[in-house]
Write a protein that binds this ligand. Structure first.
Ligand SMILES: Cc1cc2nc3c(=O)[nH]c(=O)nc-3n(C[C@H](O)[C@H](O)[C@H](O)COP(=O)(O)OP(=O)(O)OC[C@H]3O[C@@H](n4cnc5c(N)ncnc54)[C@H](O)[C@@H]3O)c2cc1C
Length: 423
């Protein structure tokens, strides 16, 4: 693997960029692997990396039906934060944020992590009370950068918002996490891929799992578009396709629904917005940041129905545009460059699963809802630990499938068992 240094970046710049080697191999599938990870998104690749690096597992494959990062990993709006108040979530996401803070060094690849603050707008005294409770909890439990801003502070920091007193939802303050921000999603994919490959992981693209063979309570082999592969352990990290793989493995229902989530990017603008800004009020949901290229990157709610498609519908475009106009009216004449959607795995309490399954050698990583990009380093870290040790560490013990049977949901929003309300 080429190691990136200031010197070789300079030297390649001076000599026509001709000396770079491929960043990861394109190996032929082997007949057997000790661990097969299905899904070449961020969670699958991060898991492979930590399995190889931290746990010394040698014979690992990541199977990806398309190209790595072609799913949600390369389709999200790149927000990274750890502003969670529920026990379980707050430790997990704080660990993830700490891993992000060192990820470029860890992977020797610039993931462009930019800690520019996450600013959640508040519109009522009740909302300020609720946010204060959550953010004080964060401060008391190891997330020191949680703040509540009053209106003058917010106006100074984010001057272009619509502060009209007669707005439908007047802005009166904000809940802010200062170490939160954005990272470049495909750089994170490539960084994990090249670092995993350098430790011997076979990344098999265009390799779709089409069938699963079992011998009683164990998976014995995966039938793929590139042939049959036997496996000691199998790990699912397929985001919105989890229920399809689950059925293929002959298992029953899952507390997950697959939904589409759209995102948008505008033409590039001069610097306008220094933070990630989130607006969620009265049925509207909108979040926006500005990419390093200048494009305004934004999104809103889920599409309104379950689906395995990756194409969004137009009413959501209208919804998001309306919310954008109510918060940042200056965007009114900005041209939209592209919009797309991804397939998200919405769980019934809005929290994820990193757990063992009813099959002895099958492990599950799923239920990331809107928020799995920020989770991916910690997800890979703890999923690798589970696969290697075969027992859930305390950090992930709450995130199993049985929590619904025990009545111990991790419902950050208090929204109840409707996955659409956890967006
Ligand atoms: C529009 C949008 C905006 C988002 N914004 C944010 C955000 O700002 N912050 C945040 O934290 N999160 C965000 N998310 C959520 C985040 O992107 C996901 O939770 C996360 O990427 C999911 O994990 P992953 O990267 O492993 O998934 P994916 O990249 O989807 O990886 C799963 C892979 O499995 C592969 N696969 C599926 N079936 C098979 C099969 N049969 N055989 C082989 N391979 C298979 C797929 O091709 C896919 O590449 C957003 C999601 C979307 C769609």
């Amino acid at each position: 693997m080429t190691r990136f240094t200031a010197w070789n970046v300079f030297w390649q710049g001076m000599t026509g960029q001709k000396g770079w080697s491929r960043q990861w191999r394109d190996p032929a599938p082997k007949a057997h692997y000790d661990v097969v990870i299905v899904g070449g998104g961020l969670h699958g690749l991060a898991t492979a990396y930590y399995l190889a690096k931290t746990h010394g597992v040698k014979n690992i494959a990541v199977l990806e039906k398309g190209w790595i990062g072609g799913g949600n990993a390369g389709r999200n709006t790149t927000i990274v934060r750890s502003n969670y108040a529920q026990p379980g979530n707050r430790e997990f996401y704080e660990h993830s944020l700490k891993l992000w803070e060192n990820l470029s060094h860890e992977l020797n690849y610039n993931v462009m992590f930019s800690q520019r603050s996450h600013v959640a707008l508040l519109h009522s005294p009740g909302a300020i009370d609720a946010a204060s409770r959550n953010y004080n909890t964060m401060r008391l439990t190891g997330t020191p950068d949680a703040e509540i801003w009053d209106l003058p502070t917010l106006k100074r920091a984010v001057p272009h918002l619509n502060y009209a007193a007669n707005a439908r939802f007047p802005i009166i303050g904000a809940a802010v996490q200062k170490r939160a921000g954005t990272a470049r999603h495909d750089a994170a994919v490539w960084g994990y891929a090249r670092a995993a490959d350098a430790r011997g992981v076979d990344i098999l693209q265009n390799c779709k799992v089409e069938g699963i063979s079992r011998d009683g309570g164990r998976i014995t082999a995966l039938d793929t578009s590139r042939g049959r592969i036997t496996a000691g352990k199998v790990a699912f990290a397929v985001a919105g396709s989890t229920s399809l793989l689950w059925q293929m493995a002959g298992l029953g229902g899952l507390p997950i629904e697959s939904h589409k989530l759209q995102a948008f990017v505008s033409e590039p603008l001069k610097p306008l917005l220094d933070q990630v800004v989130v607006f969620g009020m009265g049925g509207a949901h909108f979040y926006i940041s500005q990419s390093d290229k200048g494009g305004m990157v934004f999104g809103g709610d889920l599409d309104w129905y379950k689906s395995y498609a990756q194409r969004g519908n137009l009413p959501i475009v209208q919804d998001v545009a309306e919310a954008a106009m109510s918060v940042l009216p200056c965007l009114g004449r900005v041209k939209l460059l592209r919009h797309w959607s991804g397939l998200v795995d919405m769980s019934m309490d809005g929290s994820h699963f990193i757990c063992k399954t009813p099959l002895d050698n099958l492990y599950l990583n799923a239920g990331w809802n809107y928020g799995g990009f920020k989770a991916s380093p910690a997800s890979g870290w703890w999923f690798a630990d589970l696969i290697a040790s075969d027992r859930p560490a305390p950090m992930i013990a709450p995130f199993d499938l049985k929590r619904f049977e025990r009545g111990l949901q991790i419902d950050e929003r208090g929204a109840g068992p409707d996955c659409k309300l956890h967006g």
